[in-house]
Design a protein around this ligand. Structure first.
Ligand code: SAM
Length: 384
């Protein structure tokens, strides 16, 4: 199947699924019932998700839902992030967007606020708003090759000057059972786009179908299996590697279905929800800081290939020192700041290519010679 075939097949199947309930596309998920009360049945019935990334959102966040379908995850996310947050749903299928858009004012009315918008676009090309492109094409129809080249230039201008989702604008990218539907040739671009739109420190929380073994070519060429979220599944480990390859760090499996959702030719397909963080990129500066991995593992390897043994002090750059204090590492490390702080402006470059132990004298200073209490001066209740 060509890229165009895959897109056409997926659109046709989900256009039909928007108009009439398609039970074979459903993978049962328990959503928090508190958030379902305001969502109309038309949306709830057309649940084609496989997990619930909305459980991992926080109040006030800006959320982008890739392949938002009839809008269920957006309507739940809207309540989790609250009126100070914002939710953007992107889908390429007009019929899905029609359902989501006509239910948005109903949900807003029931909630008493509105913070959701639905945009038409392809999730592997999040800068291009297809409604905007259609408006331009209506005024400049394509009838020959010159028109086509001009249309491509217009699309590039839209991406550059009015990106649908600007770079670094999103706190959390979520998606529910969609990434597997994107043609393999566009996967690299897809993961790079997720990374591009996130703010530094932002995260992706993605539920998708994964397989326990690679999917053979004859299954990948089957349109029913592809559009049914089977053939395009990455393997469990391939799914994580795809995020790592574009620069995400701190990946965590948040949920993994124990029993397979479907089994085809002995290959098990199940839902997995993954969290991945953006923000380890940037200069490495020496501020004489150290970290101690608390355990329980004897040693760990981070996403910059630093191997840290439990209980030992390691020199880290300021970026890593800050990074380890936040999720998903919070609670895993002890932090040793230098006795004499080094201002950021005075910090020298730090060689981050390998883990290096840090002698306590480096953080305290060679001349440090303090004695806090005279020996033998312990009184009742003292800590000695
Ligand atoms: C399995 S449904 C999931 C819908 C929704 N996330 C849910 O939980 O019900 C897949 C959705 O992804 C959309 N989709 C598939 N490929 C896409 C792409 N490349 N760009 C944008 N949307 C896409 C389809 O139109 C469809 O609405």
């Amino acid at each position: 199947m060509s890229v165009a075939d895959v897109e056409r097949i997926v659109k046709t199947r989900y256009a039909a699924g928007a108009q009439k309930l398609s039970p074979d596309l459903c993978c049962p998920v328990d959503y928090d019932p508190r958030y379902l009360e305001v969502i109309p049945d038309e949306v709830l019935e057309r649940d084609y998700g496989c997990g619930d990334p909305s459980r991992h959102l926080e109040s006030g966040e800006t959320v982008l839902d890739l392949g938002s379908g009839c809008g269920k995850i957006c309507f739940i996310a809207s309540q989790v992030v609250g009126p100070t947050g914002r939710v953007i749903g992107v889908d390429m299928t007009t019929e899905m967007l029609d359902v989501a858009r006509r239910n948005e004012p109903i949900v807003a009315d029931r909630l008493g606020y509105t913070n959701i918008e639905f945009r038409r676009g392809r999730i592997q090309d999040l800068a291009l708003d297809l409604d905007q492109l259609d408006a331009l094409l209506a005024a400049h129809p394509v009838t020959n090759s010159e028109d086509l080249l001009a249309a491509e230039a217009m699309a590039d201008e839209l991406r550059r000057d009015q990106p649908m989702i600007p770079s670094g604008s999103i706190d959390v990218v979520v998606s529910n059972c969609v990434l597997n539907l994107v043609e393999h040739a566009h996967r690299e671009k897809l993961f790079a786009e997720i990374f591009r739109v996130l703010k530094k420190g932002g995260r992706a929380v993605i539920s998708d179908i994964v397989s326990d073994e690679p999917v053979p070519l004859h299954l990948q060429r089957d349109p029913e299996f592809w559009s049914g979220c089977i053939s395009g599944a990455l393997t469990e480990s391939g799914f994580l590697e795809a995020f790592e390859s574009v620069g995400f760090h701190g990946l965590r499996i948040l949920e993994r279905q124990t029993e397979p959702w479907k089994t085809v030719e002995g290959i098990e397909f199940r839902s997995l929800t993954l969290e991945a963080f953006k923000g380890k990129q940037g200069p490495c500066l020496e501020r004489n800081q150290a970290v101690i991995y608390r355990g329980p593992f004897k040693r760990v390897l981070d996403d910059d290939d630093h191997e840290l043994e439990r209980g030992k002090r390691y020199a880290v750059c300021d970026k890593t020192f800050q990074l380890y204090q936040r999720e998903p590492y919070a609670g895993s490390f002890e932090f040793v700041a230098p006795r004499r702080p080094i201002a950021l402006a005075d910090a020298e470059p730090f060689a981050c290519d390998r883990a290096r132990r840090r002698d306590p004298r480096e953080t305290k200073g060679e001349d440090y010679n303090a004695t806090t209490e005279p020996i033998g001066a312990c009184g009742p209740g003292d800590c000695c």
